[in-house]
Design a protein around this ligand. Structure first.
Ligand code: ZN
Length: 294
């Protein structure tokens, strides 16, 4: 499943192909993905110019000259392929794709700059929607959504305000999309490890009784941004590699310090502990009890 840094990597890969270009043709090959496409989907896109491509949590938002926003979510297996009409030498040529893959090409955007952007999704948990720009904050996708973890909104103050008084475990609070939006299991484990915080500590312990941030809150905000930024940078380098191969955007392997390392020595220099695994709300948490004492 793509995590936030992968979605941001996809955004950066799509931006040069889409922004400033007109959607000359939109081919919608099925009535639905995870949800039905909106009414007159292709018709509402055709002829419009993409004026910006943004991201909110794990959603991509393409602003159109019509005032609509094309909201796109990759679900479990969604990916975009960028093709250029310049032929095989150009990044994004499709000639490396193997038989059967194109059966999962569900939407094809042909742009005025010669780029072709294809949405492929074998499991069809992804979806696309059209929302008026003025309704974006209140629409069903974004209403009640928490703060953006890669933006300036995330700070020690914000974490203290959001977590104050909560007895829920720190890990669960970080995964709660109504508080902070777009953080997944992997990056939460990584951030808690770097911040030296136990995943079962009460979320409220990061704030004083009056809701002021303790030092750990500031530390946690900083490492969340750090792990995400590093992953986006790693994604940028794989993006260049991928573009040479087949134009597929969105999935990359990244070296994690604690995630999926149960039983291995702690990666913190000087620590003699080992990575342990515990299950919280049905999902694996990886942590080092020495680096992350209770
Ligand atoms: Zn350790």
């Amino acid at each position: 499943m793509p995590e936030l840094p992968e979605v941001e990597t996809v955004r950066r890969g799509l931006e040069p192909a889409m922004v400033g270009a007109r959607l000359v043709e939109v081919e919608q090959r099925r009535p639905d993905l995870r949800f039905p496409f909106p009414e007159r989907f292709a018709e509402r896109l055709r002829g419009e110019t993409v004026t910006a491509l943004g991201r909110r949590a794990k959603y991509l938002l393409a602003d159109l000259s019509s005032g609509d926003v094309l909201v796109m979510h990759l679900g479990m297996s969604g990916r975009f392929l960028v093709g250029r009409d310049g032929g095989a030498a150009m990044p994004g040529a499709f000639h490396h794709r193997h038989g059967g893959e194109s059966a999962h090409d569900h939407v094809v955007f042909r742009l005025s700059n010669g780029a072709t952007v294809t949405y492929n999704d074998a499991r069809r948990f992804g979806f696309m929607d059209l929302v008026r720009r003025r309704d974006i904050e209140t629409c069903r996708h974004f209403a009640g959504m928490g703060i953006e973890p890669l933006g300036n909104a995330l700070s020690g103050d914000a974490i203290a305000r959001l977590f104050a008084g909560r007895r829920t475990p720190l890990k669960a609070a970080l995964l709660d999309q109504r508080l902070i939006a777009g953080l997944g299991n992997i990056y939460v484990c990584e951030a808690l490890f770097r911040a030296g915080l136990h995943p079962e500590a009460p979320a409220g312990s990061l704030a004083t009784p009056t809701g002021r941030p303790r030092a750990a809150a500031g530390r946690l905000a900083a490492v969340i941004r750090e792990v995400l930024t590093e992953a986006v940078e790693a994604g940028g380098s794989t993006l260049r590699d991928h573009a040479r191969v087949d134009g597929t955007l969105g999935y990359f392997q990244h070296a994690f310090r604690v995630y999926d390392r149960a039983g291995e020595p702690s990666t913190n220099p000087g620590c003699t502990g080992r990575v342990a695994r515990l299950v919280q709300a049905g999902r694996s948490t990886f942590y080092c009890a020495r680096c992350q004492p209770r």
